[in-house]
Design a protein around this ligand. Structure first.
Ligand code: HEC
Length: 258
């Protein structure tokens, strides 16, 4: 690839990853800042997202109340926030309105409005922005799905049309698919840990399917790399592996897109 094309590719890739992140997320923080005129060097100013989050996307007690106030609305309004003014979310005896307007945290009983005392630093620092919490899992997962399914297709095609070169191509796709699967499993575990998701519900189903996928894909790749397999045991295993890859992707996308 010539440098300008590579540059363009990088730009498109960057835009595809950065746009949803830059667009969707900081809006609530901006609204909160504006509505309560958050001053610099207050607990809220230092905590930013952590005013509502334990660690994005996990909501703290105040974040959960904001979520309730939001209901099915698309954006956060001043009225919704003021609807929570009379509550004392952290039970420290000071209402949310007083806390927020003085820059102390509504979900932390240790953070109270102070005079003349420097603001307390939040105990949870945001993650370094270099490697996002999703750890590039959403980017990587398309490779095992695409490569492996295409490899399966090529293998059947090559077998039926008796063209060894096509089956050779299938071996490459299946093997790189299996390798990418290992990468997807690793980044997936990292993402789950860093985003603080509990291993239950959809996450649990996705996790166990991902383990099964990785094992099956590894077997298929090993089989292919040793000697081009023929028997019905191989075809059954290949069909099963393709089905489980697809199911893993399906449950993964349910987690992200609901
Ligand atoms: C005023 C409270 C508040 C602030 C401040 C806030 N959030 Fe949120 N955030 C919420 C609520 C409530 C939800 C859940 C409702 C929703 O997704 O719209 C949420 C959802 C999220 C999600 C999950 C999105 C999804 O689609 O499920 C992420 C990620 C997130 N916030 C990140 C951030 C980051 C990063 C910041 C700081 C720039 C931030 N939030 C600031 C209240 C807040």
């Amino acid at each position: 690839m010539s440098p300008p094309r590579r540059f363009r590719f990088t730009l498109v890739l960057f835009a595809a990853v950065a746009a949803p992140v830059a667009w969707g997320l900081p809006a609530y923080w901006a609204t909160l800042q504006k509505v309560y005129m958050i001053q610099p060097d207050t607990d809220v100013a230092n905590a930013q997202c952590l005013t509502c989050h334990v660690k994005p996307p996990i909501r703290n007690a105040f974040g959960k109340e904001v979520e309730k106030a939001l209901g099915s609305a698309e954006s956060l309004t001043a009225e919704m926030l003021h609807g929570l003014d009379s509550l004392d979310t952290d039970g420290d005896g000071i209402s949310n309105e007083v806390e927020l307007s003085k820059g102390s945290l509504p979900a932390d009983p240790l953070s109270k409005p102070k005079k003349g005392v420097p603001a307390v630093r939040p105990r949870l620092a945001p993650d370094p922005p270099l490697i996002p919490n999703h750890s590039f899992h959403p980017l990587l997962v398309h490779f095992p799905i695409g490569l492996f399914l295409f490899g399966g297709f090529l293998d059947v095609l090559g077998f039926r049309s008796r063209r060894p070169s096509v089956r050779e191509g299938a071996t490459w796709n299946l093997s790189f698919g299996a390798l990418a699967g290992l990468g997807a499993l690793t980044t997936g575990l990292l993402a789950r840990w860093r985003m603080g998701f509990e291993l239950k519900g959809l996450i649990e189903v996705h996790f166990f399917l991902a383990i099964t996928t990785t094992v099956l894909m590894g077997m298929i790749a090993y089989w292919n790399l040793r000697r081009k397999p023929e028997g019905s045991a191989y075809w059954t295993c290949l069909a099963l592996a393709c089905a489980v890859v697809a199911a893993t992707g399906h449950f993964g996308s349910l987690i992200v897109h609901g």
